[in-house]
Ligand binder design. Structure first.
Ligand code: NAD
Length: 258
C-alpha cells in the first residue's frame, strides 16, 4: 500500500514522548523510514519497537540524540544514512519549557531552554542539510509553538526560544529555497503531552487552573492531541507541500485567531 511519505527517510527529535512519538507513528504509517532521536532511551526504544514495520513499508528505529551536542547530531545523521541510505526529512521537535519571568528566570533555566529549543534546532538543520543536498532535496519542520507568536507573562526563555525557531525557519527557508530543501515551522496550541505536568509543578492545582484557563481561551474548547500536530507536519513533509516553504502552520484550536 503506497503511503504519502514513500521513499522518505526521517529523523525525529524528541520522539520518545508526546508530539514526537506521534510523528514517528504517523510518518512510519505513511511509508517513511524513521529514526527517533531522544535522551530518554528506554521510552524511545519502546516507541520504535511498537512501530516495527508498517503495512505501507515504513519502519522505525531509535538512537540516543542529545540535541544540544553537535557530535551527537553528527552521529545520529550518520546512523540514519547508514541504516536507510539517505536522509530526506527532519522534524526538530525536542523541547522543554521552564516557568520564569524577567526577574525570576534563572541563568541556568535560560541557558537550558535556549540550548535545547533554539540551538538544538540550528544544530539539527546544520547536521542534516548536507545529507539532504546529497539526497537531491528534503523537508524540515521545526516545531515552535503559539508561544513563538504571542506572549504570556511567565515563560520568558520559552517565548525567546520559540520566537527564534519561527524566524530561523524562515531565514533557512530562504537560504535553501533554490536548492530543493523546504523549511517550515509548526505552532501547536496546548497539546496533551507529558510536557504539561513537567512544566507546571508536577501536577496538582497549578495544572488544573492552567487547564481551565486554556480551555476557556480555546475556541474549540479542548486541548489538542499529539496526532493533530503530526498530521500538519505530515502534509509539510510530503510532496503535496512542494510549493510550501518559509510558512508557519498554526494548529491551536483557534486560540490565536482571536
Ligand atoms: N505540548 C504542548 O502543549 C506544546 C505546545 C506547543 C509546542 N510544543 C512543543 O512540542 C515539542 C514536543 O513537546 P511535547 O509536548 O511532546 O513534550 P514531551 O515532554 O512529551 O516531549 C519532549 C521530548 O523532548 C525530549 N528532549 C528534551 N531535551 C532533549 C535533548 N536535549 N535532546 C533530545 N531530546 C530531548 C524529551 O526527552 C521528550 O521525549 C516541544 O518542542 C514543545 O516545546 C508543545
Amino acid at each position: 500500500m503506497a503511503g504519502r511519505l514513500d521513499g522518505k527517510v526521517v529523523l525525529i527529535t524528541g520522539g520518545a514522548s508526546g508530539i514526537g512519538a506521534a510523528h514517528a507513528r504517523t510518518f512510519a504509517a505513511e511509508g517513511a523510514k524513521v529514526l527517533i532521536g531522544d535522551i530518554q532511551d528506554k521510552m524511545g526504544q519502546e516507541v520504535a519497537d511498537g512501530i516495527g514495520i508498517t503495512n505501507s513499508g515504513g519502519q522505525a528505529a531509535y538512537t540516543n540524540l542529545d540535541v544540544t551536542s553537535e557530535k551527537s547530531w553528527d552521529d545520529a545523521v550518520k546512523k540514519a544514512v547508514n541504516m536507510y541510505g539517505k536522509l530526506t526529512t527532519l522534524i526538530n521537535n525536542a523541547g522543554l519549557a521552564i516557568m520564569g519571568g524577567v526577574t525570576t528566570e534563572t541563568q541556568a533555566s535560560w541557558d537550558k531552554t535556549i540550548a535545547v529549543n533554539q540551538m538544538g534546532v540550528w544544530y539539527g538543520m546544520k547536521a542534516a542539510i548536507p545529507e539532504m543536498l546529497k539526497a537531491g532535496g528534503g523537508a524540515i519542520v521545526n516545531i515552535s509553538s503559539v508561544y513563538g507568536i504571542i506572549g504570556s507573562p511567565d515563560m520568558l526563555s520559552y517565548h525567546a526560544s520559540k520566537g527564534a525557531v519561527r524566524l530561523m525557519s524562515k531565514a533557512a527557508a530562504l537560504e535553501y529555497a533554490t536548492r530543493g530543501i523546504r523549511i517550515n515551522s509548526v505552532h501547536p496550541g496546548i497539546i496533551e503531552t507529558p510536557i504539561l505536568t513537567k512544566t507546571f509543578s508536577g501536577g496538582g492545582p497549578a495544572v488544573d487552573s492552567f487547564v481551565k484557563a486554556i480551555q476557556t481561551r480555546t475556541p474549540l474548547a479542548r486541548f489538542g492531541k499529539p496526532e493533530e500536530i503530526a498530521y500538519g507536519s505530515l502534509y509539510l513533509c510530503s510532496d503535496e507541500a512542494s510549493f510550501v516553504t518559509g510558512a508557519e502552520l498554526v494548529i491551536d484550536g483557534g486560540w490565536t485567531a482571536q
